[in-house]
Design a protein around this ligand. Structure first.
Ligand SMILES: O=C(O)CCC(=O)C(=O)O
Ligand SMILES: [Fe+2]
Length: 357
């Protein structure tokens, strides 16, 4: 599902969805005199719900395809005429809320027993963000036997069979370890996902209820319930049971996919955007349907329920340049937290919350 801009192959425009992904993906201008200039892309067809909101507030006008489907918050919830079950709440999260969930996404959501993409190689890792801040490195203890099961093997912090641990870089040099240490800041940059609540098993693409897990944190659970309300069947309440946190760096993409491992598709996926602006593609039920492109900014919330859950979707582009990222408010809030500031300047985080059963 994940890709990077290195993986450009000949079959990129096999389907309409692929064609559009390719159109918006980050490419670098080969002819540019300055190194690594992003190639210009025509953004005129990208739906901009922030400008729809501005125009709606100013004169009540909206483009023909855009409808107001709910007004229960202090702002309208928009829908698309052609995509029933798709909801867009521009600026649903205050800057304070955005900062809270960015902080949690970096410091507490990747903590065991939640799993991350690093589990498969290193086992559970605790306190990655702090280790990166303290410029620590992850080293393998050569005296410890390697476990055959990477899901339950050595870890930093749980006191079992710890095969990998964070150390000061200098101490590793002094000890003359033969294996190469991995810097915590590199691991933080390479963090692509963490899973909360019921753990999603990416290799089998389903939920593995036998894996140890904590409940979705209370604050996130309450927020998801509130945000899900406009998309819920009448008289029913949303039960957040699992969440996937996606971490994107510049050039990272999320390929077109369906989220089809939840039992009841009448329940929405609640999807919150944090950090750098992105382009989201909402296709149809076939990859051959041309997708709609729209901007997702920090604080925007998308709900996908019912028919919209059958629609292919993905994220072909993150904007990490100053002009397009649109994170000035976050930068001001994090001005005293340099490590978060540095991270979020070039990153996007998406938290999507699901009812599994
Ligand atoms: O990053 C996003 O906005 C979408 C994430 C998504 O579709 C997913 O994790 O299934
Ligand atoms: Fe998805």
């Amino acid at each position: 599902m994940y890709g990077s801009n290195k993986a450009v192959t000949d079959d990129t425009d096999r389907t309409e969805f692929r064609k559009t992904e390719k159109k918006y993906k980050l490419y670098y201008d080969q002819n540019s005199k300055r190194k690594k200039q992003p190639k210009q892309v025509d953004l005129s067809e990208v739906l901009d719900f922030k400008s729809f909101l501005d125009s709606y507030h100013q004169n009540g006008e909206l483009p023909p395809e855009i409808v107001v489907v709910d007004c229960r918050f202090d702002r309208p919830v928009f829908g698309l005429e052609s995509r029933p079950g798709f909801y867009f709440i521009p600026g649903a999260l205050s800057v304070d809320e955005q900062c809270r969930w960015i902080r949690e996404s970096l410091m507490s959501f990747p903590q065991p027993p939640n799993r991350t993409n690093h589990n498969a190689i290193y086992g559970p890792i605790s306190d990655l963000f702090i280790a990166a801040k303290e410029r620590k490195v992850l080293v393998e203890d050569e005296n410890m036997p390697a476990s055959s099961d990477s899901a339950s093997n050595g870890c930093v912090g749980n006191g079992d069979t710890c095969r990998w641990s964070f150390c000061e870089e200098d101490s590793v040099l002094l000890r003359g370890k033969s294996c190469k240490p991995v810097s915590a800041s590199v691991l933080l940059r390479k963090l692509r996902w963490s899973t909360l609540g019921l753990q999603f098993d990416w290799s089998k693409r389903n939920y593995n209820v036998s894996l140890p897990h904590n409940k979705i944190p209370d604050g996130l659970c309450q927020l998801a319930k509130k945000l899900a309300a406009p998309a819920m069947p009448v008289g029913e309440e949303f039960h957040p049971e699992a969440a996937i946190v996606n971490y994107f760096a510049s050039g990272d993409t999320l390929g077109g996919h369906l989220d089809d491992m939840e039992a009841d598709w009448s329940k929405p996926i609640v999807s919150m955007s944090l950090g750098c602006k992105a382009i989201f593609l909402l296709g149809g039920k076939s990859r051959e349907d041309p997708p709609l492109a729209m901007f997702l900014r920090s604080g925007d919330v998308v709900l996908m329920a019912g028919e919209a859950r059958e629609c292919f979707h993905g994220v072909p582009r993150i904007f990490s340049d100053k002009e397009n990222a649109e994170i000035t408010a976050l930068e001001l809030h994090f001005c005293d937290e340099n490590d978060i500031l540095e991270y979020i300047r070039t990153s996007r985080i998406n938290i999507n919350i699901r009812q599994v059963f």
